[in-house]
Design a protein around this ligand. Sequence first.
Ligand SMILES: O=C(O)CCC(=O)C(=O)O
Ligand SMILES: [Fe+2]
Length: 432
Amino acid sequence: MATLSVDPPSSMGGHGTREGFLEKQVAGARGNNIGDALSVLARGDLKRVEQASDPEGHLANAAEVSRLLREGQLKKVPQAFIFPEESRAREAYDDFSGDQDIPTIDISPAFANDSEAREHLVEDIARACESTGFLHVVGHGVPEQLMKEAQAHGEKLFALPLDQKLKGTFAPGNKGQRRGYSSTPTLFTPPRALVWQEGFTLIGDKSGQVDVDLYAEMLWPHDEKQRQSFCEVYKEYAGYSMRVCLTLKDLLAKALKLEDSKHFEQYFEQPTQVLHLTGYPPAPNPLEVMGLNPHYDGGAFTIILQDEVPGLQIRGKSGKWFSIRPVPGAFCFKVADALQVISNGRFKSSLHRVVVNKEKPRLSISTFLAVDFHKVIEPAPELVDDKHPRLYWSFTSHEYFSSIRLKAIDHMRNSGHILDFVKLNCPDPTSS
Ligand SMILES: O=C(O)CCC(=O)C(=O)O
Ligand SMILES: [Fe+2]
């Protein structure tokens, strides 16, 4: 969730000693436990994936597997990570063949008093949201140093020994949302294999408050200095990223001519930001695994801070996938599903995925802006008329993430859009 990721929480098995682990490796090589994980995956029982992989979780953790492969302690990638031939990516992480269509847009006029520049800005944003739904945002006002520190702390976190990272997993009281460290994310249905990544999730509110203290305490119980700087950086980052999101929200409202719309504003009275760090380790045969399955994000929109390693891909008009070249200092903005519905289909939420490479780890920091969870998502009445008939049913975020997404699984297996299931010419997706 990533996308706003509300995948079922996975529970963690115990973690044993290093020796125990090496023995398990042999067992894993014979395929027992990982094989179990795959059969659970095949049955679609996402909750049980982690328990079914090796009991210590090591061989189901891409970062750990990647390290063991590099150190020569493991000979091949466990089968549970290998994607079936037909759903593998063919376009490598450095294939930029459609990237020229993704504009870089300077949003600084949003903070200034030049109405002509602001009008141009709004037009540029509208154009990008109507075509691929992706753009790079510069001039956002987030200090470069802070962005670098947020990335550096992410790298530090993912470089910790697995046992320590696992201590920061899924705090008690977590009600179905991914939070803290996720070792083997079972992300984005339909699952085809385990994804080649690890994650760390924080949840924040409109004022920029974020639940980082709890996780820092779990990760570094004995290192106050580290805890403090980790918390400081992500609190500041969350404050800024919410500010960028709210600025973008106002620009999007203008782009849809909804700046005075109560309907539009209601979604952002109590928005949540899901701040999600993803680490994608290198893989020996990058295209036999997948950093992140093709998926749609579920909230209003997402801003992604990529490091300099490409890997985020979308499909161009020809159907071929290509990587979005990271723009230094920029956020990659993308329209998500709720905004496509609210805009009555005018803004496009695009299918995207992440591929990995042979040598370099990749780190991204995504901020998913979720619409107020209690609000019913439906097209803004101002955008519905004879020429633009209403396209979608009404549904809540909860219905989207639970029942609608499940109903769309088979359809998504063939790269269909989850939102096809909420079109008015289909049965009401909220009726059982
Ligand atoms: O890692 C990235 O660049 C994008 C991640 C993403 O699409 C997601 O978490 O929803
Ligand atoms: Fe995504």
